[in-house]
Ligand binder design. Sequence first.
Ligand SMILES: Nc1[nH]c(=O)nc2c1ncn2[C@H]1C[C@H](O)[C@@H](COP(=O)(O)OP(=O)(O)OP(=O)(O)O)O1
Length: 529
Amino acid sequence: MGHLRLSDCRKKFINVLPEQQLGEEHSSLDSFRKAVKIAPRNRKEFSLIVLTNENRILIGLKHRGFGKGMFNSFGGKLEKGEDPVVAACRELHEETGISVTVKHMTESKIGILHFTFEDDPVEMCVHLFRVNVSCCGHATDKADNAASEQILVDPLTIRGCDEITPEWIENFYHIPLHNMFADDSIWLTFVLASKKKVVLDGWFHFLAGGQEVNTIHHHFVDIKTDPKSELPKSETMTLEKRLFHRMHSKSIISPSPKEFNEAWAFSKVVKKSLRCNELDCIIDVAGGHGALAAILLITTAATRAIVVDPAQVGRDSVRKAWADFFPEKELRYRHECLRSGLPAELELALKATSRDRILVVACHACQHLSDETVKLSCKFGVHVCVMPCCQKDPSTGSSWKAFSKNVSFPIEQTMDILLAGKAMSWNTGQEAGVRYDVRIKFIDSKITPQNRVIVCRSSPNDGEVPRTEKSHRKLQQAYRRAHKRQKSFYDISKLVGMHPSLHLVGGFILGALTSALLFRTREKINADL
Ligand SMILES: Nc1[nH]c(=O)nc2c1ncn2[C@H]1C[C@H](O)[C@@H](COP(=O)(O)OP(=O)(O)OP(=O)(O)O)O1
């Protein structure tokens, strides 16, 4: 790799150190060795892990030890007899909390860096790794990473230690090279800018004065790129991950990762159950931070979403973080109780659109809140989906609890069925001229054990016979059938050509004949004796 390309690469980095700090570049190891006149030195081994995710790099601010006050990648000294790969896994985990399998780390090795110093007889031999991770919303374990061949990292689980504080640099061209070791301006810029897998052997000889001076006297870098081997790619970011990332990069803690996952999974159920391209307005009851409302705004045709919640949760951070995901759409908060806030918003919404284009949602609303949400929404004849939590038996004498115990069925599910039943009942939605088709769907129980979503889809019953009327007709039919059966008994008499009134006479004659026959038989027996 020629001089030109190394220096060309670093031009793209805005904080690169000036050339005079980077020293003389050599085109061969021999030339470097001759210039430096390296005598046999005391060698110490280290690991160094460059951790990237797409165009981002995770670096750490060092609080103590070598390079204190500067940014650096992660790593440290090898313990006695320790394998460099194992040491890299250990150091990365210690300093960031990120777990990488030995197999993956082995594949991530990209070379060795040698550092020598004019004022120190120690030669530092640094085993270099480049780990490209995928970020996700779920914490994953080592086994998952091994199986998927990808290192999935939950950004919120990244943590530092007393030695170093990790920090994402959103665009690695902005990496603070001016506050890093001088050699990083040479080799790290090349490693980051290269789309191909790089293997390097780097030699850097520093002037006396340590990190205060941070100046290289001579360097030689042998870099090989394998044109065939692409860098292990970060997983293509799905919308879900992009949203999660955005939250994380803005350090938003409400919604929490769990709440985000719940909202995302809930929105998926909604989208599978309703015609989302026909929705206009979302009302998120007890929506708090508003993540569910915002996700539905982003992923459906709805143009407006209102979060009705008396509490102010998250200081509008969701809207600020995701605003560019729903341009020209409106996310509004109404800090009011659902009893007054929901009907008021429904009335407003109905002035602007039809009831079949309005959806009310409540994710993890407690029992009476879910009940009220369904009741009020059905009164207005709009679609409603709730994922209730803390379902208990409110009946006098806890009869449903007793029932659940008797049939070994959890009380929460019993209460869900009762709520679904209420929404399905004949008169629900009648006032608004709709009927409800009710389903109970599930989200992944790993996200939350309270994972049932009651989906109540309204559809107009204009021109349709009301359900009470229908059932009355069915009752009449049943009566008719029953009577027909009775009639069929008389029909047998028709078969033998007799009028039903002759049954009595026929029965009398039959009885008299039988008696006469019995009498004669007895007479005959007596005579024989
Ligand atoms: N010129 C240089 N450029 C660079 O990018 N990284 C360097 C470097 N010189 C050393 N490093 C890395 C290698 C290693 O990861 C780290 C130095 O390791 P430390 O001294 O922090 O070791 P430890 O983490 O074992 O520290 P302690 O726990 O304090 O013993 O700095």
